[in-house]
Design a protein around this ligand. Structure first.
Ligand code: HEC
Length: 202
């Protein structure tokens, strides 16, 4: 008994410090988590906005309108991918020259030895964009170069071999920012995929 009492007495400063710490931790955990989470996600979205604005997603994924200096991003359809229903003539045949790819005027559709690819809808529309994609799906697609991280190879010129070098935090931030865009319903056409043997015989 005496030993026990002396134990507490000798350790009084430690016990007091731990109790005070405990109270702080309790208050911190009880009162702050939402505020902390909101601040963290606001930072993440800001980082994502910075990245998307700096590393060129708009070049291919945003429909354009013609401005004084040529095609410019149409803010009303930003990042919604190649416009559904836009009529494009057949791409020029692949020629035996060093010029191997052709882009539509707004850079949302491309043709080359791989076939014809259409930039995807990156807005969070549930059915036609990335609305139903989890962060894991998004990150896996960019890291593996496969559609939704598991299916067919993602076609050129989507620069996934470059973007896969982004850190986990940055890819997560890009995803978080894309989720804050207004969802735009726009079903991008399926690509036309040319098998390598067809290319060889063309
Ligand atoms: C040089 C043009 C280009 C740029 C720049 C570009 N993309 Fe793409 N992206 C494409 C094309 C084309 C496709 C469609 C490829 C296909 O259908 O296989 C695509 C597809 C995608 C897909 C769908 C992948 C899947 O699973 O099917 C995602 C996600 C994506 N891009 C994200 C981005 C992000 C984020 C950025 C900016 C950091 C970006 N892209 C920049 C051209 C581009």
């Amino acid at each position: 008994m005496r030993g026990g009492f002396r134990g507490v007495k000798d350790n009084f400063p430690k016990v007091a410090v731990l109790t005070v710490l405990g109270v702080f931790l309790f208050l911190a955990v009880k009162g702050e988590p939402e505020a902390v989470a909101v601040a963290a996600s606001a930072d993440r979205v800001a980082r994502g906005r910075y990245l998307v604005n700096a590393i060129g997603c708009d070049d291919c994924h945003s429909p354009k309108k013609m401005g004084a200096q040529g095609p410019e991003v149409d803010p009303a359809r930003r990042l919604s991918g190649h416009p559904e229903g836009s009529k494009l003539p057949a791409p020029p045949p692949i020629s035996d020259t060093p010029w191997i790819a052709t882009a539509a005027w707004d850079l949302t559709a491309w043709s080359g030895p791989w076939g014809v690819s259409y930039a995807f809808n990156l807005t969070p529309d549930e059915n036609t964009g990335i609305g139903s994609w989890s962060e894991v799906t998004f990150v896996k697609a960019i890291r593996t170069g496969r559609h939704m991280g598991v299916a067919r190879p993602i076609l050129p010129p989507m620069p996934w071999t470059v973007y896969r070098n982004l850190s986990d935090e940055d890819l997560s931030a890009v995803y978080a920012y894309l989720r804050t865009l207004p969802p735009i319903r726009n079903r991008v056409p399926e690509p036309i995929i040319v098998e390598p043997t067809q290319v060889a015989s063309q």
